[in-house]
Design a protein around this ligand. Sequence first.
Ligand code: NZQ
Ligand code: ZN
Length: 396
Amino acid sequence: MALSQYFAPTRVVFGRGAEEQCGVFLKENGATKVLIHFGGGSVIRSSLLSRVEKSLSEQNLSFVELGGAKPNPRLSLVREGIKLYKEEKCDYILAVGGGSAIDSAKAIAYGVMYDKDVWDFYSGKAKPSAVAPLAVILTLSATGSEMSNSSVITNDEVNPYDKVGCNTDLGRPKLAFLNPELTFTVSAYQTGSGSTDIMMHTLERFFHSGETFEYTDENAITLLNSVWKNTLKALKNPNDYEARASLMWAGSLSHNGLTAAGNPTGGDWSCHRMEHELSALYDVAHGAGLSAIWGSWARHVCSTDYSRFAYLGRQLFSIKEGSDKEACMKTIGAFEEVFRSFGMPVGLHELGLNLSSSDIEALALKASWNKSRTLGDFQKLYYEDMKAIFAEANKR
Ligand code: NZQ
Ligand code: ZN
């Protein structure tokens, strides 16, 4: 019998100024020399990096730095990080940034404990058995990587690129510093993309083939409602602390397993797998890629269980009238309106892509590993299904 598991070992330090305590906590956790890893420069512009350096120096911790993690973080930089960590004899990694910097840091943390190729963990050739200790200072509410078991890396050494996740509990950070003020500077587009991703982590878990429970379902609906309302507030007033704080917690709790509590299948995840192919080939923002295909996925699979969609819509959007099928269709449309209100696309053209039918086939072939794997749990998707979903998304 399949059993569900919930494992959330990360110590979360939350509130205004949380990042200024990082030196104290890292020292308590045994760090002496820290590799600080960050993205393209937002942490320098906001002077966050200087505050982090100060906090470490006050505790007499030494550090080296590696910036440059791109959105859809690349394997080549992971290799640089592994080399630097070893050469400098570091004993802790501190990621400062969004999901990309954190995922890149997770890959470095696996790689420094392994004397073969770190990509083995992403290609499925090997499983990590050890990891360097990892702390994160989060600057963007989105992926939940600060508590998740996942790291998603783009292999830029192959053509076309591959984007693949490595999921293991070793990848859950030991410490996460969450200060909502750090997200005030996130652009409207990245706020919308991040919030879409947060909602999708709960939606992916909501649609599954296992038993359902009132608590878990209501928890999911509360989270979706809160992200919806608070995203609109944050877009209107980027410095709204309460809205940013709600989004930050929602991001962490949407992807640490809480919204799948009791569900042994863990959820559907087709849209995520298909989106990873979009961002591998076209380098789009992950959340925007998700909103561009979700409605097409939903219309393709909803006949499996109209009532599941209808239940969500009745609770979340107060859809009162109609059969389950009618309520289901209204629910899908209502979600697309929510994504639109976040400034997100609900089709591939809106995402800025202009794909031919052979591009669509290539995407479906990649997502189905040349027709050798299926996706999904709510409804199993084969190559032809994936092609139909991408083609449908390509109409808008
Ligand atoms: O690189 P910098 O200069 O820091 O700028 C980033 C980047 O341009 C910017 N940004 C971040 N914090 C900011 C800020 N700009 C101003 N102020 C701030 N406070 O935002 C841009 C996007 O950052 P990125 O880290 O790429 O975004 P996100 O957090 O959405 O991460 C996306 C990556 O995570 C993966 C995605 O596939 C994608 O590769 N995911 C990781 C997951 C996980 N590890 O559990 C789960 C997700 O499903 C997802 O797949
Ligand atoms: Zn995601």
